[in-house]
Design a protein around this ligand. Structure first.
Ligand code: HJL
Ligand code: ZN
Length: 166
């Protein structure tokens, strides 16, 4: 059921459990979903792919590879009503200096140059441990991408996210 946001967020949380704990980031899980059909297009977790990768980034990279596209052109292969579920709001600044996920989501355009990702469903705000208050949601909404908090899993999400910090 494409509207069972909690079920999708639980799946994203199960992805986060796969992430190797590290003191310098959060363990996050994410899904790309076709909101028209409910189909899961891609799923990913922090550090799943080579390099210092984020969960949302892995979703986009995996889907782009399946469609022989570079990540920045992944929007050309995404269905018109694609949404992303991520246990933690997309980053807007990374201590590593790598491209933040908010920017990756914003640059994901379809063939008509329109946003390929319509909505971001998030489980928690980013704790202010590494980069102060996360401005990702504001940036996403300023670019026409709605951010919706899915309540109910905050404690579990934060426990998993910070497992590498104890
Ligand atoms: N939404 C989100 N998905 C992730 O997969 C992840 N790891 C973070 N984490 C945000 C945090 O701000 C950064 O992990 C630190 O700023 C360190 O930056 P790097 O990850 O080393 O680039 N946030
Ligand atoms: Zn990120």
């Amino acid at each position: 059921d494409p509207n069972d946001h909690l079920a999708y967020m639980r799946l994203a949380l199960s992805q986060a459990h796969e992430s190797p704990p590290k003191p310098s980031n959060f363990r996050v899980g994410a899904l790309l979903v076709d909101a028209d059909t409910g189909a899961i297009l891609s799923q990913g977790y922090t550090l799943e792919l080579q390099g210092n990768t984020h969960a949302e980034q892995c979703c986009l990279m995996k889907f782009s590879r399946e469609h022989d596209l570079p990540e920045e052109r992944v929007g050309e292969a995404l269905p018109p009503n694609t949404v992303i579920y991520t246990t933690m709001e997309p980053c807007n600044l990374r201590l590593s200096g790598n491209l933040p996920c908010a920017d990756r989501i914003i640059r994901t355009k379809n063939k008509d140059g329109k946003n390929a990702i319509q909505k971001v469903y998030l489980g928690v705000k980013e704790p202010e441990k590494f980069v102060g208050e996360n401005q990702g949601r504001t940036k996403l909404e300023d670019n026409g991408i709605e951010c919706i908090h899915v309540p109910g899993l905050e404690e579990d999400i934060l426990n998993v996210a910070t497992a590498g910090h104890r």
